[in-house]
Write a protein that binds this ligand. Structure first.
Ligand code: 5GP
Ligand code: ZN
Length: 114
């Protein structure tokens, strides 16, 4: 989608600090980090929200999560811990409508989130 900021990052039309990419997944540093490690892990395909994930896309989302787990391990977070969060719709805090998982680590987190 030409007006989607994350599609534009996927297409390298706007810059981002890309941490990982493969045929289906791209991961890059969040512009406004909320933790020492704050990386966004997204499918290349434009899907607006998690509501678009049915069984047909379970494999794709599995790859996104698997990539996030691998990045967490690379960042040394596997044992210390990390948070993997996807906000769905505005009330949950979603502001960019291209599915993304926030991989956050390097500090302690509270629960429940606000
Ligand atoms: P949401 O609020 O939708 O769950 O998360 C969107 C995230 O995208 C926010 O943490 C925000 O800082 C990040 N973000 C928004 N625009 C850009 C951008 O142009 N580049 C990067 N790297 N991150 C962005
Ligand atoms: Zn998009």
């Amino acid at each position: 989608m030409s007006d989607c900021v994350f599609c534009r990052i996927v297409k390298k039309e706007i810059p981002a600090n890309v941490i990982y990419e493969d045929d289906e997944v791209v991961a890059f540093e969040d512009l406004n980090p909320q933790a020492p490690v704050h990386i966004l892990v997204i499918p290349r395909a434009h899907l607006a929200t998690l509501n678009e994930v049915g069984e047909d896309r379970a494999g794709l989302i599995g790859k996104v999560v698997s990539a996030a787990v691998g990045i967490a391990a690379d960042k040394g977070l596997a044992e210390s811990g990390y948070r993997l969060v996807a906000n769905c719709q505005a009330a949950a805090g979603q502001s960019v409508f291209h599915i993304h998982f926030h991989l956050m680590g390097g500090r302690n987190f509270t629960w429940p989130p606000g």
